[in-house]
Design a protein around this ligand. Structure first.
Ligand SMILES: NC(=O)c1ccc[n+]([C@@H]2O[C@H](COP(=O)([O-])OP(=O)(O)OC[C@H]3O[C@@H](n4cnc5c(N)ncnc54)[C@H](OP(=O)(O)O)[C@@H]3O)[C@@H](O)[C@H]2O)c1
Length: 313
């Protein structure tokens, strides 16, 4: 039977085509642990995606997940940031990757030089296109608040040089705010999730002496909730600062005691910390985020870990 191609074309044209969501151009500067998860979700949703890395060796790997992979290195004399010209959503997710110990020079390179290069690139865009910047910062900035309940309105502890650099990065990006540019600062807790099994690292110290203060209250957030918060900021075009942490407000000692007891190990022995250590000791509030309708997928790092553990045995 002869194919009636003309009739087929007519039928196809008459049919309603599925509408793709109107895609934006979204970019992640510093496409590491969080960035990888952001870009894979955005590609699935039909956005055009750009991502940066410092390493040639990662460019090729990134290219199979994004439309455009770009080298960006705060140590380079120049970087091609021309992609900023037509970006709608820009996530700044830079961190001095792979530091075993705090190295102030590495933080300085990323949070002073890197952020300055990026801000110059944004200021020199030849476009008035609306831009949503989402900066992934850290609750570490609140420093030592003696474990007090801490919202976004509380002062920052800039005594440690790393905190001063992080606060400078926040301010530099926020200073870009204009009619066309929104800046949302998300202050994150310590990020955990698959391949970043923080509870596993904590219980690895069971029965051993650790040269840290166990009575300090840190904060945590699952990587899925970071992704969810970034997407909320993009969708609601937020122009504010928000803490992004889970619901746990326990000291390190209380967390490790609960974990060790649940899996039948002796507790960690906390020995105290040295004077110049960077401290976070604050019960960080996530109320502002929840007031925007945000629901944590993982309210408790402890529950997340214990459920995973139970499922794997
Ligand atoms: N991890 C945490 O617990 C935590 C806690 C609070 C806040 N945060 C914030 O959350 C965001 C995401 O963290 P993450 O854990 O996903 O970070 P990550 O995996 O360490 O990725 C960091 C990214 O920054 C890039 N980078 C490192 N040094 C650079 C330099 N000198 N110049 C240019 N780029 C550089 C890395 O490049 P390569 O691709 O070459 O590695 C990588 O793409 C960061 O903004 C971080 O400050 C993280």
């Amino acid at each position: 039977m002869a194919l009636d191609l003309a009739g087929l074309y007519q039928r196809l044209q008459a049919e309603q085509r599925p509408m793709l969501p109107s895609g934006e151009h979204r970019a992640v500067v510093g496409c590491g642990y969080v960035g990888r998860r952001l870009v894979s979700g955005w590609s699935d949703e039909g956005h055009t995606v750009t991502a940066t890395t410092r390493r040639d060796s990662r460019l090729h790997q990134l290219r199979s997940h994004v439309d455009q992979a770009v080298l960006f290195d705060s140590e380079a004399t120049s970087n091609d940031l021309s992609f900023l010209g037509d970006v709608d959503v820009l996530v700044v997710s830079l961190a001095p990757t792979g530091q075993q110990h705090v190295c102030v020079e590495a933080y300085e390179s990323v949070y002073r030089r890197g952020i300055e290069m990026l801000c110059d690139g944004i200021a020199n865009r030849h476009s008035n296109r609306p831009l949503q910047i989402i900066h992934l910062s850290s609750c570490g900035l609140y420093g030592n608040r003696d474990g007090a309940l801490t919202s976004e309105h509380m002062g920052l502890d800039l005594n440690h040089p790393v905190n001063a650099l992080l606060a400078g990065a926040e301010q530099q990006l926020q200073s870009l705010r204009s009619e066309a540019i929104n800046v949302c600062t998300l202050r994150l807790g310590g990020i955990y999730g698959p391949d970043r099994e923080i509870p596993e690292w904590l219980v690895a110290a069971a029965g051993q002496c650790v040269e840290r203060n166990g009575d300090h209250v840190p904060c945590w957030v699952h990587v899925d909730d970071v992704v969810q918060a970034v997407n909320l900021a993009a969708e609601q075009k937020l122009n504010t600062t928000l803490n992004v942490v889970d619901d746990i407000k326990l000291s390190k000692r209380a967390i490790t005691d609960q974990l060790c007891e649940a899996i039948g190990c002796p507790p960690v022995i906390w020995m105290g910390s040295s004077q110049d250590e960077r401290i976070l000791h604050a019960a960080i509030s996530n109320e502002s985020l929840k007031d925007l309708g945000f629901q944590l997928q993982h309210p408790s790092m402890l529950q997340w870990y214990l459920k995973r553990r139970a499922a794997s045995v």
